[in-house]
Structures are given as structure tokens and as C-alpha cells.
Ligand binder design. Structure first.
Ligand code: SF4
Ligand code: SF4
Length: 318
């Protein structure tokens, strides 16, 4: 089947009125209360080693190649005038010469090649979301802004959430916490109903090593937001990704549990590890490999999960 004509072209430049979005997914039961539509923004100030959406990290449009979907018709090779697609290249795409013209995507019959990320206006996003309104009403759901990191686009998401709230739709932001708090409080806080805030590693150096930046601003933002949300009875949920050998250690989880107690939290979401993310790396030409991180190659078993849960005694665990 020929791929759908993209709404935002790869050649389009970023603008204040548009944000780079890589997926809008309806019928989600995993990203907040009820049935939700999730808008995934592309680009993140962190670069977590285990990122479950590696296609979200780069704030640029990318070309994805799924080897398993390729039927070997070579239509893409014929249409690429840059010679960037070659069978003798192990990764198939020579990204250094690719201009992201997306001509190959247009001719690929099975969707093995696809464009990751499109610049969409708020109106275009709302048009896609509006069909899901009946599900929100019946399930107590709404719209979740995820990523990547939605706060990279604060004026845009502020406008989007304001319009959703006018339509009676509940709004939720999932964030890594690395943002300018003043701008967040001015633009985003007043128009979001729920905030899901990731706390990954409490040690600053480990955070820098595995997430690409220290956690000072993240923790400061969390402490301040915890106070404000408690005073104003807004829902702020801390979430901890359980990454074998990295975040899911006794030392880290015990430290996070103490930090959450000190900041007045009684509820936490623990996100179990899913190793399937690594299959996405090859599609976008990432050189990252799990070869030095054997525990990350398998699912977390029930005993490990229970050991992690035990560190949060007294908490309501989601
Ligand atoms: S996007 Fe354009 S330049 Fe890049 S591989 Fe496809 S056809 Fe070639
Ligand atoms: S056009 Fe698509 S299916 Fe055909 S060779 Fe290229 S990637 Fe494979």
C-alpha cells in the first residue's frame, strides 16, 4: 500500500505556529486516566540511553527504514538521485548524502521507508483528535502530550491545551522535567490538568552519564511543582522507569523513594522495562548498542519487579 501523503513535508522549516510531531495515537490506555489520544512531540533535551522512543530524541525530521517490511523491489533505489540507497551499504541508507526529499517514501509500496516527524499546526492536530471526543467523554479520558519532550514547544502546547480545554477535554503533560519553570508556570501549568513527571536517577553524575545532562534543574523543578500542585490540588504524578542495571538498583530506588517522601508524595508510577525499544534503533540509523548492557536485553521478571516495588513501601504504586 502506498504511504499516505504527508501533512507536513520534510522540507518545511520549523515555525512558531507548528511543532514537530512524530505520532498521534488514539485509544491509548497506558498514558493517563481513561481512553486517551497521545500526541508525541519530536526532540528531547535529554538523551537517555534506554529511551523507549529513540525516534523521538532528535528534533529533526528523519528517514526510517524497516528491513522486515522491505520486499526488495528497489523502486526507492531507482528514484533516489543522490545515490543514498545502496544494497552494499549494511545500513541501506547513506545518511550523510540523504537530503530527506522523501521521494523514496512516496514510491515504497510496503511502508518499509517512512518519514519520522511532520510539522503540524494546532488546527491540524485538533482535526485529528476531534474524532476521539466520544471516547474521552465515556471513559474519563483526554489528551496526553508526550514525546520526546512536549515542553520544547511551550507556546504551541499552551495554545493546543487551551483549545482542548475549551472543548471540555482533559489535558495531561508527560515530561522529563528539564524546562524553564517560569515559562512553564506562565504558559503550560494553567491549562494542563495532570502532570506526569519522570524521576530517573537521583545521583547527578549518573544522570549525566546515562541521560546526557545533570539533574539539578529537574529536581529543582520537581520540588517547586510539588509545592504548588499540593497547594492548588493539581495532580502531579512522579514516574520512575525501571531500567535493569541503571535505574532499577537498590541505591537509586531507595534514594528516589526518600526524595519523594520528603517532597510530600504518597503515590508513584513504576514503569516496567520493555526491551523491544532497541529494535527501533536500526530503523533510524542509530549506532547505539546494548552489547555492554546485557541485563537490558531481556524483560524484567516478576521477582525483579517485586524487589523494585518493595523499595517504595508505604506508597500507592501504579
Ligand atoms: S529521502 Fe531522498 S535523498 Fe534520502 S534516500 Fe530517500 S530519495 Fe534519497
Ligand atoms: S521501495 Fe520499499 S520495499 Fe522496495 S526496496 Fe525500497 S524499501 Fe524495500
Amino acid at each position: 500500500m502506498r504511504s499516505e501523503k504527508p501533512m507536513g513535508l520534510a522540507t518545511e522549516k520549523p515555525s512558531q505556529d507548528k511543532a514537530l510531531i512524530f505520532e498521534i495515537k488514539g485509544n491509548s490506555l497506558d498514558d493517563g486516566p481513561g481512553i486517551r489520544t497521545v500526541v508525541f512531540f519530536k526532540g528531547c533535551p535529554l538523551s537517555c540511553f534506554w529511551c523507549h522512543n529513540p525516534e523521538s530524541m532528535n528534533a529533526r525530521i528523519e528517514l526510517s527504514y524497516d528491513r522486515k517490511e522491505c520486499i526488495g523491489c528497489d523502486s526507492c533505489i531507482d528514484v533516489c538521485d543522490k545515490g543514498s540507497l545502496r544494497r552494499d551499504d549494511p545500513s541501506f541508507i547513506t545518511r550523510s548524502s540523504c537530503t530527506l526529499c522523501m521521494k523514496c517514501v512516496e514510491v515504497c509500496p510496503g511502508g518499509a521507508l517512512s518519514q519520522v516527524g511532520r510539522y503540524l499546526s494546532v488546527e491540524e492536530v485538533l482535526k485529528k483528535i476531534v474524532v476521539d471526543l466520544p471516547f474521552f467523554t465515556t471513559s474519563g479520558g483526554g489528551v496526553t502530550l508526550s514525546g520526546g519532550e512536549p515542553t520544547l514547544y511551550m507556546p504551541y502546547i499552551s495554545n493546543l491545551m487551551r483549545q482542548l480545554r475549551h472543548m471540555g477535554v482533559s489535558t495531561l503533560i508527560e515530561t522529563c522535567g528539564l524546562f524553564n519553570l517560569e515559562t512553564f508556570m506562565e504558559l503550560c501549568y494553567p491549562v494542563c490538568d495532570l502532570i506526569y513527571f519522570d524521576i530517573k536517577l537521583l545521583d547527578a553524575q549518573e544522570h549525566k552519564k546515562f541521560c546526557g545532562a545533570t539533574n539539578d534543574m529537574i529536581l529543582k523543578n520537581f520540588i517547586q511543582l510539588s509545592r504548588t500542585c499540593a497547594e492548588e490540588k493539581k495532580h502531579l504524578l512522579p514516574r520512575v522507569p525501571l531500567i535493569p542495571g541503571i535505574t532499577a538498583t537498590e541505591r537509586n530506588l531507595t534514594a528516589i523513594a526518600s526524595f519523594l517522601r520528603e517532597t510530600g508524595h504518597e503515590k508513584v508510577e513504576l514503569l516496567p522495562y520493555n526491551p523491544l525499544w532497541s529494535e527501533k534503533l536500526e530503523k533510524i540509523g542509530s549506532r547505539r548498542t546494548l552489547d555492554d548492557h546485557a541485563p537490558m536485553k531481556t524483560w524484567m521478571d516478576r521477582d525483579d519487579l517485586n524487589r523494585c516495588r518493595a523499595m517504595f513501601s508505604g506508597f500507592e504504586i501504579i
